[in-house]
Design a protein around this ligand. Structure first.
Ligand code: LEU
Length: 882
């Protein structure tokens, strides 16, 4: 497979102005007739017209009305090249495709008898030959023809301009998208669907039609998605002055989908997981995810669709920015300060859990990559979540108003264009009169920077010096790094825990000194001097996680406990507790590795006391307490270690959880009882926070695996009026030896066997349960409800096991790795994109203890040798082994 480089970008030889398409939809054989008007691009030196196409049968090819002779064009590997066409071209192409054999779920495919498309990044080429690149933008008119009874609903982008009967039991619908768009935003849906529709009045007074389309029987699960959509529309008007530009906006849910959702113009297509919800089937986390994904796709309408990417190296231009927007949206929906902090903590947890490891592993890449083999492999946490952090740093550096000015200028300059990350940065810089040249390194250098903090207090001069230095480890292809432009938000606490007003030596002392200052670290090492500091302070550094870096700072245990109790920055309060717990867990892991009996008389008074204080602090939001009382995950602990022994990490974390359960038993009980809600279910943040804390308490108590905890879990399971409480209770039962375990699992399946998303949960819960080993996973794979073909189902069992059950996946006999290799190989034949995601579960193999490392390497080699691999899997495995 060929590597594509960013530096090789050249503009297309031809622009496309209009595209007219006619689909004769049939699952076995669909005919696609396409007519495009094209004109030569004066800025290109290429003579030939290059189109992309994959897996197509070419039935017709005409240029300006004339069929092309065999020497006028060439069909290559995934391409169709037309030699020396005239200045203006009307290209007519007819292709034949087989949607019901398409298991890749890219291009046109069938799911449960209905037709759907997925074209980002390069799926349109599986429908017809086309210059399938995001800088080619055209106006589309699409006519769908299909059997009326089987496919009563026919949808595409934009506005419905015509529909009617074709007489022969078939009907048609014609859609016109008034906006020009790249091919990756094309979509069609055809089938037997029903919709929840509402009209909505925009701030301007214009009325728009909103629709959420689902399969029959799911209408009672659409309310939350609809509310989320209306909230998104309002939020984008208020926060960014961006209005919905269409008269109709549709969301369609599909059960077979590779990713979360897709922002096709006016016709968003969603994984059912991010649409369908009611209290019976969805958890608080599902409700929150739906809100954020609906927001994400809606916000793409401006950041992605109206202004799109010049090429796929710029993917983060739209994704990082849109994740930032959806994160801000979710935070604003909660509204309170702690609510915002809770959201921030959750987002940072994701970053540390998934992106930091990626940035330190074989697939590390910059937010704007320089090369790729398969673009699908670059829909990563780096592009999305780190990309969002990069966008957030503009806001931290420029302020909320400055950021808004930058956004306004970005749209003023680039509406209707396909642009680059540099264009975005230029808009931010120019709108604020700032030089953001060095900031570019966040886009071009991979790896997580480390920032080291050293301090000195001068009691006589009342000065406090803070020296910040930065470094960044090498990543594949980048040996040494230049210093980043890092915003470091800092506060100083006095002995009573109050914020000290901050004055920097360089700037004159104003009357109202702020209590948080953003220091700009731009060199390897810089010293900042605070004046008028009356006593030796405790520093609170990187408040609200102001940059995606690892902070090295030497705190005494007492200082961490102090920050946990007093920091006015809720993020750093949480962070202090995590640091304290991490420090203890790393020390204990080392001890266990030296002496397996080390955990026998475990006593951790400092940690237990600080947890008790947090747990019982009624002034703290329950949602915040839940996060503060959750120990860092095994993956996050592993990332801190030079050599990873998953069994030791698991043993330590588990022992600490048991210890906290034993020593705080009554406190957990009180928290459990105190956060029970009798009334009807509501997914709002405050109710969800109470449930979260209550269920955390249940989880800790379940560590005791005694009759009392079994009864508690069983009674919650039996009496729950919502899925959040049911799942928490079922997990508590499934992880231990409760007598009701098997009955509960069987009963749960029986009750929900017709709800695919709940069956997914059932598989996931078992995949992650403590005693589920590879043999148990294999047994679950032979359950009639299991299939590799449905991505959600494959993820629910296989991914959950490989990524979410470290002690079993890393079983010392290597069985987990053998299972992983088989699964990657099997999925590779069905769905390369999904297979390549799973292939990444061994990314960090070099970090493990030598026996595991060797077995992981074998498993990787086994996949490498297994026969023809998709580009997707090949790239991941090759880079892993390199
Ligand atoms: N653009 C989509 C998103 O919103 C991803 C696509 C590949 C389905 O993240």
């Amino acid at each position: 497979p060929q590597t594509i480089y960013r530096k090789d970008y050249t503009p297309p030889a031809y622009w496309v102005d209009t595209v007219e398409m006619g689909f004769d939809l049939d699952p076995a054989e669909t005919r696609v007739a396409t007519r495009m008007t094209m004109r030569r691009n004066p800025d290109s030196r290429a003579r030939n017209l290059l189109l992309h196409g994959e897996g197509l049968q070419l039935a017709q090819l005409r240029v300006n009305g004339k069929a092309l002779g065999p020497r006028a064009y060439a069909l290559g590997q995934g391409t169709l090249e037309i030699f020396n066409p005239p200045q203006n071209v009307v290209l007519e192409i007819e292709t034949v495709i087989k949607p019901d054999q398409n298991t890749s779920l890219m291009g046109l495919y069938v799911s449960n008898g209905n037709f759907f498309t997925q074209c980002e990044a390069e799926g349109f080429r599986k429908i017809t030959y086309f210059p399938d690149r995001p800088d080619v933008m055209a106006r589309y008119t699409v006519m769908l023809r299909a059997d009326k009874e089987r496919y009563p609903v026919l949808l595409s982008n934009g506005n419905l301009i015509d529909q009617g009967d074709l007489g022969d039991g078939r009907h048609y619908a014609t859609w016109e998208d008034p906006f020009k768009k790249p091919s990756y935003l094309f979509a069609l849906v055809a089938g037997n669907l029903v919709c929840h529709e509402e009209t909505y009045r925009l701030q301007s007074g214009r009325e728009v039609l909103l629709q959420v389309w689902v399969e029959e029987g799911n209408l009672d699960k659409t309310q939350h998605a609809m509310e989320s959509l209306k909230n998104s529309i309002r939020w984008d008007e208020e926060r960014f002055g961006l209005e919905l530009d269409l008269d109709r906006f549709m969301i369609v849910a599909v059960g077979d989908f590779n990713m979360g959702a897709m922002e096709n113009k006016g016709l968003n297509i969603f994984n059912t997981k991010y649409v369908l919800a009611n209290p019976r089937i969805a958890t608080d986390a599902d409700f929150a995810n739906i809100e954020s994904v609906v927001g994400h796709e809606y916000f793409h309408n401006w950041t992605g669709n109206r202004v799109t990417c010049r090429d796929w190296f710029q993917l983060s231009l739209k994704e990082g920015l849109t994740v930032f927007r959806d994160q801000e949206f979710s935070a604003d929906m909660i509204g309170t300060d702690t609510g915002r902090a809770v959201k921030r903590i959750e987002d940072v947890r994701v970053l540390r859990q998934a992106q930091f490891p990626e940035d330190a592993g074989p697939m590390a890449h910059p937010v704007r990559p320089d090369s790729y083999v398969e673009i699908n492999n670059f829909y990563t946490v780096t592009i999305y979540e780190k990309g969002s952090e990069v966008v957030r740093m503009y806001q931290t550096l420029l302020g909320k108003d400055g950021f808004r000015k930058g956004m306004d200028l970005y749209f003023q300059r680039h509406d209707g264009q396909a642009v680059t990350c540099d264009d975005f940065r230029a808009a931010m810089a120019d709108a604020n009169g700032r030089d953001l040249t060095q900031f570019e390194l966040w886009y071009s250098q991979a790896g997580t920077p480390r920032v080291k903090v050293e301090t000195r207090y001068d009691a006589i001069g009342k000065q406090y010096e803070m020296t910040l230095s930065q470094s960044c480890p090498p990543t594949p292809g980048e040996e040494s790094k230049q210093p980043f432009h890092i915003p470091v938000a800092v506060g100083l606490l006095d002995a009573a825990g109050r914020d000290i007003p901050l004055r920097l030596a360089a700037s004159g002392a104003g009357p109202d000194a702020p209590t948080t200052l953003v220091l700009e670290l731009t060199r390897d090492k810089q010293t900042f001097v605070f004046t008028h500091v009356p006593e030796r302070p405790v520093p609170s550094v990187l408040r609200d996680f102001s940059a995606p870096v690892i902070l090295d700072i030497d705190y005494a245990d007492e200082e961490l406990a102090f920050l946990m109790a007093h920091d006015s920055d809720a993020f750093n309060r949480w962070e202090a507790g995590q640091r304290l717990a991490m420090r203890r867990m790393l020390a204990l892991t080392e001890q266990v590795e030296a002496d397996p009996a080390a955990l026998q008389n475990l006593d951790e008074p400092m940690l237990v006391d600080s947890f008790r204080a947090t747990l019982n602090d009624e002034a703290l939001d329950p949602a915040f307490r839940e996060l503060a009382l959750t120990l860092p995950s095994e993956t996050i602990i592993a990332e801190q270690m030079a050599v990873v022994n998953p069994q030791a990490i698991h043993a330590v974390r588990r022992a600490l959880r048991r210890l906290l359960a034993q020593q705080l038993r009554l406190d957990w009980r009180v928290a459990y009882e105190g956060n029970r809600d009798a009334g009807p279910y509501s997914p709002d943040a405050s109710a969800a926070g109470r449930r979260g804390l209550k269920n955390l308490a249940l989880g800790y108590l379940a560590e005791l695996d005694d009759t009392e905890s079994h009864l508690l879990a069983q009674s919650q399971y039996d009496n729950a009026n919502n899925m959040t409480d049911r799942m928490a209770a079922l997990a508590a039962l499934a992880n231990g030896g409760a007598p009701g375990r098997e009955d509960a699992l069987a009963g749960f399946y029986d009750e929900f066997k017709d709800e695919a998303l709940v069956v997914d949960k059932w598989f996931t819960l078992q995949a992650m349960a403590r005693n589920t080993d590879v043999a148990a996973v294999r047994a679950l794979m032979s359950h009639p409800a299991f299939t590799l073909k449905n991505p959600n189902r494959a993820r629910s069992l296989i991914f959950s096991f490989c990524n979410g059950n470290p002690p079993q996946f890393h079983a010392t006999d290597g069985s987990g790795y053998g299972f992983w290799a088989e699964s990657v190989i099997a999925l590779n034949r069905i769905n390369p994109q999904v297979a390549a995601r799973l292939a990444r579960s061994l990314d960090r193999w070099r970090k493990f203890t030598p026996p595991l490392r060797a077995m992981m390497q074998d498993a990787l080699r086994q996949v490498a040798r297994s026969g023809p691999l998709s580009k997707d899997v090949h790239e991941v495995i090759t880079k892993s082994l390199a």
